[in-house]
Design a protein around this ligand. Structure first.
Ligand SMILES: *[C@@H]1O[C@H](CO)[C@@H](O)[C@H](O)[C@H]1NC(C)=O
Ligand SMILES: *[C@@H]1O[C@H](CO)[C@@H](O)[C@H](O)[C@H]1NC(C)=O
Ligand SMILES: *[C@@H]1O[C@H](CO)[C@@H](O)[C@H](O)[C@H]1NC(C)=O
Ligand SMILES: *[C@@H]1O[C@H](CO)[C@@H](O)[C@H](O)[C@H]1NC(C)=O
Length: 525
């Protein structure tokens, strides 16, 4: 209804005019929602919770005019959309000025060289606990082969843990330096027990695009009596393994194929339940066969109890537009070791990476960089590895990196929580993952041949995960914990991928509709 396509039009920023445009007008409002049976203040997009899906095709230009009708500043960000050369449109506090209440801002971005399943979410305050999220799908262009037949249907499935508490109250708890209690339940597409229905025809195969849009918990996803075939992880087609359940860590997206091949006179549970928690929170949706005569009943199937090391092997060599698919043969120029810690600063709970807990500056870092405004941030304000001692300091942490370098990042989790990291602007190769401590010897077990490329990766308790990333996208990119309270209380920083050459070949200039704020107020666009 809000989406239409026109062939070519002149828009206010540099985008590729040969590629199609899709225009969206989104009205962001508060509205009553009842996902767990009690009335809550939800964040709606065009009256919907969750928000509408973005349907797109590789290289489409996406123009979204977002009207903020909340009573506070608002921003949307795009988990997994790489925003090539375009970090000013990334929609996080370090890149983009918040949209003031009653105002609007038009995001201008391109789904450059990407395919796959992603989602958008509200990035400021604790808005994510109130909704404002929705699915993003980027389809392959016509004639580009997809390694499985066209499914009979394609469903977005947004799963996530959920609080009955108002998002402003949750934020106030965190602002006081306290920890949040465990969430109250789990939602599937914004609905509680058996709220969401997915209707299937017997014998047909469906694609399910599953994203964990929740706040902290890994969720196990399964369908009673059915197996699933894993086919895509955040933009990479995988080796197609058959699974009975799938762990989706917070912030992650997967596609599976499911064939409606069970006795068709009944319905089946679709289940999402928390992992590694006590108690286990569970919710169900209905996998409804068109000719079913029997509703779901009885207890839903239980989830696994051991750790699942999902085999995430890519489906062999494929052309990578960024030209790094022989990633195992490229020499690593730098190793960055990031470890998460929790602790108190001035008696308040904070979370840090390498001893630094991020606090936003008064001006988006990218704008300060663009206008060369001194004193907003310092490149190098977060070290490449954890210093001795366990003290935490606060800073608008920015790590510098040179454009076109190839780096190894080791995420080291010495805590007993499960961690999930996301890097904006990129997808990276997940080369290794194991329990215990990482040492240079751990490199011997790296997958240097056919690892998946993705943008969100889990690190198991007291374990490590290693990634390789080709820094081929100039900009200011957020690296954050997807554990939302940790992100909010400082477990994030910005990676400034820099080149001294200023050229639109490497980075787009500031769009003419950009909002300016803080010390960038009044600058020339
Ligand atoms: C957004 O929705 C609100 C509430 O329904 C309405 O008052 C407002 O006019 C809408 N704004 C736009 C730009 O559609
Ligand atoms: C706000 O929306 C109007 C149309 O409703 C549009 O002309 C204008 O460019 C938008 N402003 C920004 C900053 O995108
Ligand atoms: C993952 O799957 C691939 C292809 O089926 C197989 O060759 C590889 O050994 C598997 N890796 C692990 C760790 O199980
Ligand atoms: C990587 O480094 C090795 C040893 O220094 C060198 O022989 C090789 O040519 C380098 N490979 C690439 C692709 O630069």
């Amino acid at each position: 209804m809000w989406q239409f396509i026109v062939p070519i039009i002149c828009v206010v920023a540099i985008v590729n005019a040969e590629d199609p445009y899709r225009f969206f007008t989104w009205n962001v409002t508060y509205g009553d929602i009842y996902p767990l049976g009690v009335r809550q203040q939800g964040i709606l997009i065009n009256g919907q919770f969750p928000g509408p899906d973005i349907y797109s095709v590789t290289n489409d230009n996406i123009i979204i005019n977002v009207h903020n009708n909340l009573d506070e500043p608002f921003l949307l960000s795009w988990n997994g959309v790489q925003q090539r050369k375009n970090s000013l449109e990334d929609g996080v506090y370090g890149t983009t000025c918040p949209i003031p209440p009653g105002k609007n801002f038009t995001y201008i971005m391109q789904m450059k060289d990407q395919i796959g399943s992603f989602y958008y979410f509200p990035s400021l305050a604790f808005h994510k606990a109130a909704g404002g999220f929705g699915g993003i799908r980027i389809l392959s262009r016509p004639r580009i082969p997809v390694p499985f037949p066209e499914p009979a249907g394609d469903f977005t499935i947004l799963i996530g843990d959920w609080y009955k508490t108002n998002h402003k109250v949750l934020k106030a708890v965190l602002d006081q330096g306290k920890m949040l209690a465990l969430p109250d339940g789990v939602l599937i597409n914004g609905l509680g027990s058996n709220g969401a229905w997915f209707t299937v025809e017997p014998g047909k195969t469906y694609r399910l695009r599953i994203s964990n849009v929740g706040l902290r918990n890994t969720l196990n996803f399964r369908i009673q009596g059915h197996t699933m075939k894993l086919v895509e992880v955040e933009g990479t087609h995988t080796v197609q393994t058959t699974i009975t359940s799938l762990d989706v860590h917070v912030g992650q997206s997967y596609s599976v194929l499911v064939t409606a091949d069970q006795p068709a006179d009944q319905d089946y549970y679709m289940v999402a339940s928390t992992r590694f928690t006590s108690p286990v929170l569970t919710t169900t949706a209905v996998f409804h066969y068109t000719n079913s005569r029997k509703p779901v009943s009885g207890p839903p199937p239980p989830g696994p109890t051991d750790v699942q090391w999902t085999n995430l092997t890519a489906s062999g060599p494929r052309p990578n537009p960024q030209g790094s698919y022989h990633y195992g043969q490229i020499n690593v120029s730098r190793t960055i070791r990031l470890s998460n810690i929790a602790g108190l600063v001035n008696g308040k709970q904070r979370y840090a990476i390498n001893g630094v807990s991020f606090v936003p500056a008064d001006t988006p870092l990218k704008l300060a960089d663009y206008y060369k405004i001194e004193g907003v941030f310092r490149v190098g304000s977060i070290p490449d590895s954890t210093p001795r001692g366990r003290s935490i300091r606060l800073d608008a942490s920015v790590m510098g990196a040179d454009y076109r370098t190839f780096v190894e990042i080791v995420f080291e989790n010495r805590e007993k929580i499960i961690q999930s990291w996301h890097l904006d602007g990129y997808s990276f190769f997940v080369v290794g993952m194991d329990g215990g401590s990482w040492t240079p010897n751990s490199r011997k077990e790296y997958n240097l041949v056919d690892a998946v490329s993705r943008s969100t990766i889990q690190v198991y308790p007291r374990s490590w995960t290693a990634i390789y990333v080709a820094l081929d996208n100039v900009g200011m990119w957020n690296l954050r914990s997807e554990f939302w309270a940790r992100q909010y209380l400082g477990q994030q920083f910005y990676l400034r991928v820099y080149t001294p050459v200023q050229s639109v070949r490497d980075e787009y200039p500031i769009p003419t509709n950009a909002l300016l704020c803080g010390r960038a107020t009044g600058r020339r666009l």
